[in-house]
Design a protein around this ligand. Structure first.
Ligand SMILES: [Zn+2]
Length: 219
């Protein structure tokens, strides 16, 4: 059967953080890099799909209050006009229109907007949310409990294998664990090309070339 294609996809920019190269790959130096925290909204005939939810908007006014002291090390730029709900409205939809939210992983710059979508189905890799509640102590700073606690009653599905979301080849959920235990990627079949959305599977090209891991990687 021929693979179907999604209708369109929008890359929605969220907060922009700054972090040293040493945080993004083993062996990196102290040079600061700009880190986008995008979400991707995908239009399919069977429903609207969102990949990742960016940072929690509470950090716009008080990053240290919401993220804790580590926020001092991640300078950020984010305007209230660019929150995820507003960007979804800007392309003609409402947050309630989102049918599936796919969470690449539960780090603070990906899981901050879950509560915009209380009626959606949530897909994550096996063990991701349990790990987010109780990570290793040295990785705790990257998981913000208040991002998940309000979602305990949501419709979460954790997958332990690759999954063709609509059964037509247009959107393939791929398990890519390593950065976190349940990290996943999404292969999107657009009319013009295929794009692999990788969350934090890799951050910088130099890490691809050298196969360097990131200090936060769990495996
Ligand atoms: Zn991450």
């Amino acid at each position: 059967m021929a693979e179907s294609k999604v209708r369109r996809m929008w890359a929605l920019p969220g907060a922009q953080l700054s972090a040293p190269m040493s945080l993004l790959m083993q062996g990196g130096d102290d040079k600061m890099l700009d880190l986008p925290c995008p979400s991707f909204l995908i239009e399919h005939p069977k429903g609207l799909v969102l990949f990742d939810t960016g940072c929690n908007p509470k950090i716009i006014d008080d990053a240290i209050g919401y993220w804790g002291e580590m926020a001092r090390h991640l300078p950020l730029q984010w305007k209230k006009s660019d929150t995820l709900d507003q960007q979804i409205k800007n392309v003609g939809y409402k947050p309630e229109d989102v049918k599936y939210v796919i969470l690449s992983h539960a780090h603070l710059d990906h899981a901050g907007g879950l509560t915009y979508f209380p009626k959606a189905k949530f897909l994550a890799g096996r063990n991701e949310i349990r790990y987010a509640y109780w990570p290793e102590p040295d990785k705790r700073w990257a998981f913000i409990l208040n991002d998940y606690i309000p979602t305990r009653g949501y419709d979460w599905i954790e997958l332990d294998q690759d999954f063709d979301l609509f059964g037509d080849g247009s959107l393939k959920f791929l398990l890519t664990p390593g950065h976190t235990p349940g990290e996943c990627s999404l292969l999107v079949n657009l009319a013009s090309r295929k794009i692999l959305l990788t969350g934090d599977t890799v951050h910088v090209r130099a890490a691809v070339d050298t196969e360097a891991t990131m200090p936060l990687d769990t495996d």
